[in-house]
Design a binder for this molecule. Structure first.
Ligand code: BV8
Ligand code: ZN
Length: 246
């Protein structure tokens, strides 16, 4: 691991622009359940029942119960040393650093990361089905049928569900950053959800010699064969170690 750590530090030292892609694994040590740790069930619910537009149409109250439970969970947790290490890494790259996250828990922002692209939305935000207003409601638990204070229509979580498009400008920005980076750090993701996972081939293919891909994960993943450097262990340990090796 030491040799890999030194190779990863060397790649970062020589990088002009860095992109990080994070998934649920970076928040695991904060106590936020990962998405796939269970067998395709998520907090006891089937994904199609709680994280798809049809699931919301079928039973909006169940979906709001699921998201209210996740809001309450995230309200009770703190960023872990992995989140903090990524915010310190950004300090070293000033404006050539983009953190793309699949997570909706807001813990990167809470840890001080600044250039954060939340490509799957945010637990803190609601979106009105009537006037489309997006509001940051913090992590207060909303009822199971919250209504828009402006127009009275039903609210939904401002989250990208399965079968939904990612927010266009945010996703375009993420792709452009990945296409132009020297190092892509992939942290705590099983890399099976698309289009998020496509940032890896994008980073590898669009530059003359491709970016250096570093994977920081508890275990190898579906993309481990494609990465240049693998740092395996808890992100709360590997990321601070990587920062210290810089
Ligand atoms: C789209 C918001 C199309 C919800 C999420 C069939 C039909 C329809 C679509 C598809 C299909 N087949 C494929 C698709 C595409 C689909 C998809 O990718 N499905 C997957 C399941 C195969 N994608 C979509 O539907 C996307 N939209 O395709 O639209 C379209 C096109 C044009 C026009 C209209 C529509 C939308 C995808 C976004 C879905 N929303 N989140 C919410 O969060 O409430 S995705 C959800 O999965 C979470 O965001 C989560 O982050 C993400 C990915 O999971 P991971 O983050 O990777 O988490 P996971 O648990 O899997 O892995 C954790 C990793 O960490 C593990 O490797 C573990 O080892 C590691 N780990 C654990 N502990 C630690 C650790 N590592 C380090 N340290 C630790 N301590
Ligand atoms: Zn409204």
């Amino acid at each position: 691991m030491i040799a890999e750590l030194e190779r990863a530090a060397e790649a970062l030292r020589n990088a002009k622009s860095v992109v990080v892609l994070t998934g649920a694994g970076v928040s695991a040590e904060s106590g936020v359940p990962t998405f796939r740790a269970s067998d395709g069930l998520w907090e006891g619910h089937r994904i199609e029942d709680v994280a798809t537009p049809t699931g919301f149409e079928r039973d909006p109250a169940l979906v709001w119960q699921f998201y209210n439970a996740r809001r309450a969970n995230v309200a009770a947790v703190q960023p872990n040393p992995g989140h903090v290490a990524l915010s310190k890494l950004e300090d070293r790259f000033t404006d050539a650093f983009t953190l793309v996250t699949q997570n909706v828990d807001g813990l990167h922002l809470q840890a001080g990361s600044r250039n954060v692209l939340e490509i799957h939305g945010s637990l803190r935000e609601t979106r009105c089905l009537g006037c489309a207003t997006v509001e940051n409601r913090g992590l207060e638990v909303l009822g199971d049928r919250p209504l828009c204070p402006r127009c009275g229509a039903r609210l939904r979580p401002n989250i990208v569900w399965f079968h939904e498009m990612l927010p266009v400008v945010i996703w375009e920005t993420a792709q452009l950053a990945a296409a132009g980076c020297d190092v892509l750090l992939v942290v705590g993701t099983s890399a099976v959800v698309y289009p998020a996972a496509s940032l890896i081939p994008i980073a590898k293919s669009t530059r003359a010699r491709g970016a250096t891909i570093i994977e920081c994960n508890l275990t190898p993943t579906a993309v481990s064969a494609e990465v240049d450097i693998g740092l395996y262990g808890p992100a709360g340990e590997t990321l601070p170690a990587l920062l210290a090796a810089l």
